[in-house]
Design a protein around this ligand. Structure first.
Ligand SMILES: C[S@@+](CC[C@H](N)C(=O)[O-])C[C@H]1O[C@@H](n2cnc3c(N)ncnc32)[C@H](O)[C@@H]1O
Length: 416
């Protein structure tokens, strides 16, 4: 495609993404469906440019004020992540000089907000948790793209054998999870035999650690209460060695549908996906007091995944977070009823915010004195290296800048 036409398409894509009506990944894939003539390099350039803009939106919008022409075109030129010669060939009169002026701005001299690229409400909340100095480290890490983490399906293979097969991709073991591999770059693994035969799944190391905290065992009755497309379900099913019963509940049939092909590849036959209407559904109530372990991977703001989903910082607000908290409390309260005495409950989110994390856990504990908080280090240390580094107080607290994985929170309780 001619560079000028490609830049016009890029401008159109940014216009759609920046309405923030839908998640950016959905907007980008719908755009590619509509524009089938785009080659894979062109698609890569448009996607990378979109994500670069979402990561540093405040900086680019500030720089773009000085230019001419449609705002989204200026943003596309500033954030461009495709071939430099494509950008060069797409420029109109005066744009080259304007871009050079923008490039010469000393970014370290800009106000903090333009370096962090976080909305004030979020920056303030994170600073009050971490302090100024550590907040700077977190903010810097959230501007970097996440690595590609994989989980080896230990039901069918061993991490060492997959590691050897993936040496050419610079695969290394993840630092904490015994199931994880981290790749350099972003190879398209969907065509790899190791992916097709179920030996591998894409899964951030933090997600793997939540499944390890639940520690589901052979022959047990387990529920993944908010299973979604089943990332954690698959890890739990493999940990159970394909025995017992693992219920995968979710209110979204669409997400559970996405679990089915993954289940087929995984070789698991102990998983029962069930779409429920809400957390008090009859199909849930029937299992009251019968389960050994329940994972609640609650719907949340997703602010721990900003490296992958940078649009979330612009789509979430104090109001959306406040609306999530009662939902999280209601789901946790219902899920807790499924446990038998001695059973383990894990509440988890991929949020960084105390309201969705420690706040929800504290409310639950106040109303449920029959649930005793467990020490995550003791639960993890048999399987996870350096488990003590992952724990703050009595909770698993994962941070991108400390642990190089997505931000996660998790608490484990035992029902008395
Ligand atoms: C964080 S996502 C789960 C991700 C999933 N566990 C994984 O590892 O891929 C939260 C899920 O909760 C589901 N959900 C929302 N409200 C729910 C409810 N009341 N009961 C059960 N699931 C719910 C959403 O549909 C969403 O799939």
């Amino acid at each position: 495609m001619h560079p000028k036409a490609l830049m016009t398409l890029c401008t159109g894509l940014l216009q759609r993404v920046l309405t923030f009506d839908h998640p950016a990944d959905r907007v980008v894939s719908a755009f590619f469906q509509e524009n089938r003539a785009l080659g894979s390099r062109e698609r890569g350039a448009l996607a990378e440019t979109t994500y670069a803009l979402l990561r540093q939106r405040l900086l680019f919008q500030n720089l773009a004020q000085s230019g001419k022409g449609p705002m989204e075109r200026r943003l596309a030129l500033l954030a461009w992540r495709g071939e430099p010669r494509t950008l060069e060939a797409a420029l109109e009169d005066g744009e080259r000089e304007w871009l050079a002026r923008c490039a010469s701005v000393d970014r370290s001299s800009l106000p903090a907000k333009l370096r962090h690229n976080l909305p004030d409400w979020l920056a303030d909340g994170l600073k009050s948790q971490l302090g100024e100095a550590e907040f700077e480290d977190l903010a810097a890490s959230l501007l970097e793209p996440a690595p590609l983490d994989l989980r080896v399906n230990t039901l069918t293979t061993k991490r060492e054998s997959v590691l050897a097969e993936l040496a050419e991709f610079g695969a290394v073991p993840t630092p904490f999870s015994p199931w994880g591999l981290r790749l350099q770059g972003k190879p398209n693994i969907n065509h790899w035999p190791l992916f097709k035969n179920g030996s591998l799944e894409v899964q951030d190391e933090g997600s793997q650690l939540l499944a390890l905290l639940l520690d589901a065992k052979r022959g047990e009755m387990v529920a993944d209460f908010c299973a979604g497309a089943g990332g954690k379900t698959l890890a739990l099913g493999a940990a159970m060695r394909n025995t017992g019963r693992l219920y995968a509940f979710d209110i979204s049939g669409h997400r559970l549908d996405a679990l089915r092909p993954r289940l087929a590849r995984s070789g698991l036959s102990n998983v029962y996906p069930i779409q429920i209407a809400h957390e008090r559904d009859e199909r849930v109530k029937r299992l009251r007091g019968k389960l050994d372990r329940v994972l609640v991977d609650a719907p949340c703001s997703g602010l721990g995944t900003l490296r992958r989903n940078p649009d979330m910082k612009w789509r979430q607000s104090p109001q959306t977070v406040a609306a999530l908290v009662p939902q999280q409390q209601a789901i946790l309260a219902s899920a807790a009823k499924l446990l038998k005495p001695g059973g383990r409950l894990v509440y988890a989110t991929c949020s960084l915010l105390t309201a969705e994390n420690e706040g929800v856990a504290a409310t639950f504990e106040a109303a449920n004195p029959d649930f005793e908080r467990l020490n995550p280090v003791e639960l993890l240390q048999a399987n996870v290296s350096r488990a003590a580094e992952l724990v703050t107080g009595q909770a698993l607290r994962l941070w991108p800048h400390r642990h190089a994985c997505d931000g996660f929170f998790a608490v484990a309780w035992q029902k008395r």
